[in-house]
Design a protein around this ligand. Structure first.
Ligand code: GTP
Ligand code: MG
Length: 407
């Protein structure tokens, strides 16, 4: 560690001098005002003395941190370009590895700036003889004067609506090892932890035994029909698969019209299903299709009668490979999301689809719900455009956003 003092007229000048001599990795340890002494002191302006320090091995550590970060990205289970919609140009889907790396570096810079911000408060006690000249700081314990990187990261996670208990759990795993760690290292570690916690993403795949049946379930107005139309378009147009669309939404005429419109454009068959018997017959009719997408009526998760109807429809085709996508809106408040997820967990296993990412800033609920339910994450949607605004959830992009790397 090299420690040096710099004197100048202003704090800004002193900082520039320190940066010039010690480099941009230098840390400001103390700033104080020095009153001129002697008989002409009245005519002299006070000067600022800045104490700065630099870790001699900073460059080496930075290089090691970069390597660790690259390794972290490499070792995460989800690889870029794996998803079926890699050609999409949306920020939630396509982020090249180096772009993410760059964003993380930007977050590191941001944190460094925040760390340097309260430098006007002396961090180290000044030597006794100079104490009288120093602006007396308020009686704040030394520990509290120095914001910790981990506190900043924790705040960032909570600001993005990660629940405190999960933000704490992530941070606590690091707390003991954080001493003397460069910011890049800490960020890379936390980023990797979040990516791992989000888990492997599970997208819709055709089964060997045709047809695979995919149900879209969830509360009213969350985007089930739109999401189904987006996926049907993608699979039909990009993967040239044979698709049939069913609707169980017999409550509203408009709902059937909505799917009919999409089915006509896509030139796919569309059927309305009223009973479990009909469901069985219709699946048999379309048994050569790769995928049968089934739209369900929006329902309150508290409505048990409707849920039982759905359960009997799903049970009627259980000899086929079925998949259930629970569609939830990222804008729903967490206590409701949790109760929706719990109610559906009692009925069947499902994967989670998050819609309306474009309507919310905090994506913490994705991590919260994943950790609370341990269900696989699947797709995310970010707008009303069919079919563009959908993609497989990308854990790396979500982790980056949770760490504040969105802008
Ligand atoms: N901003 C935004 N709007 C969306 C998104 N997904 C769907 N919507 C809109 O949300 C509204 C409801 O979408 P639907 O697909 O009809 O929702 P639903 O779950 O089928 O609704 P019900 O069948 O009535 O339960 C429509 O106006 C959609 O365009 C999204 O990702 N972002
Ligand atoms: Mg609908």
């Amino acid at each position: 560690m090299i420690i040096k003092k710099f004197q100048a007229q202003t704090e800004k000048e002193a900082t520039l001098m320190a940066k010039e001599e010690l480099g941009s990795d230098a840390i400001v340890m103390n700033i104080k005002t020095i009153k001129p002494k002697g008989i002409f002191s009245l005519f002299k302006k006070p000067r600022v003395e800045l104490t700065a320090a630099i870790d001699e091995n900073a460059a080496e550590k930075k290089e090691a941190a970069k390597k660790q970060f690259a390794k972290a990205v490499e070792e995460t289970p989800y690889k870029f370009g794996d998803d079926v919609f890699a050609s999409s140009d949306n920020e939630y889907v396509v982020e090249t590895q180096s772009a993410i790396e760059e964003k993380i570096n930007n977050i590191a810079k941001l944190l460094e700036q925040q760390l340097a911000a309260p430098k006007a408060e002396p961090e180290k006690k000044a030597p006794k003889e100079e104490e009288a000249e120093t602006k007396k700081p308020e009686e704040v314990p030394e520990e509290e004067q120095k914001p910790k990187v981990l506190d900043l990261i924790r705040n960032q996670l909570i600001e993005n609506e990660v629940m405190e208990k999960y933000a704490d759990a992530i941070i606590n795993e690091l707390e003991n090892q954080s001493e003397n760690q460069p910011i890049d290292n800490l960020l890379a570690y936390i980023y990797q932890k979040i990516v791992l916690k989000l888990g492997e993403v599970s997208i819709v795949k055709c089964s060997e035994n045709k047809p695979k049946i995919v149900f879209f379930v969830g509360n009213t107005g969350v985007g089930k029909t739109t999401t189904m139309a987006k996926l049907a378009s993608k699979f039909k147009l990009e993967q040239k698969l044979e698709i049939a669309m069913f609707s169980l939404d017999t409550y509203r005429i408009a709902a059937i019209e909505q799917i009919k419109t999409y089915a006509n454009i896509l030139n796919t068959p569309m059927e309305v299903v009223y009973t479990p018997e009909e469901m069985r017959k219709l699946v048999e009719k379309y048994k050569d299709c790769d995928l049968i997408f089934v739209d369900t009526a929006g329902r309150s998760h508290k409505n048990t009668e409707q849920k039982n109807d759905l359960d009997s429809i799903i049970s009627s085709v259980k000899e086929y490979e079925c998949e259930i996508l629970l569609v939830v809106s990222a804008t729903t408040k967490y206590s409701d999301l949790k109760s929706i997820a719990d109610v559906y967990s009692d009925l069947f296993d499902y994967k989670l689809v998050f819609t309306k990412l474009d309507e919310t800033r905090g994506l913490g609920n994705i991590l919260n719900l994943k950790l609370d339910t341990d269900k696989s994450l699947s797709y995310v949607t970010w707008g009303q455009n069919v079919p563009e605004d959908i993609g497989a959830l990308n854990p790396q992009v979500i982790a980056k956003k949770l760490l504040g790397g969105a802008e």
